[in-house]
Design a protein. Sequence first.
Length: 159
Amino acid sequence: MIVRKYEEKDLPAMVSIWNRVVEDGVAFPQEETLMVENGRAFFAAQSYCGVAVDGENVVGLYILHPNNVGRCGHICNASYAVDFDHRGEHIGEKLVSDCLRMAKELGFGVLQFNAVVESNVHARHLYERMGFVQLGTIPKGFRMKDGSYENICPYYHEL
């Protein structure tokens, strides 16, 4: 398995993986799913998009972009999505590692996650194992798909 920059041919799989996480309603803040057409524009608008590829199959992806502008423009943000059928294969770790490398290469100084859902323990353990620091907890910062609210935990990693 390799992680590389996405290509046009990857878009259908990327949209499918992304939408599954959005539809699951427990990790991404987005509520609207993508189609290939608006997905193309969405992924192209990022500073970088990486895909985890097993043979010819896209099994995960990440997006990387500025978290803010101006005096805070050196801080970036990222989101990760792994195909549900490939979870538990350490794809997330490969995506995060590549993202940290690319963020530094693109000149960012800090990678910050604004809204890691508190119950997303697999992601939180991965981030902490990779050197991310939790900044605190924001009570009821994320509206779950069922309408309930859950705490979010911001994290950062100096690059």
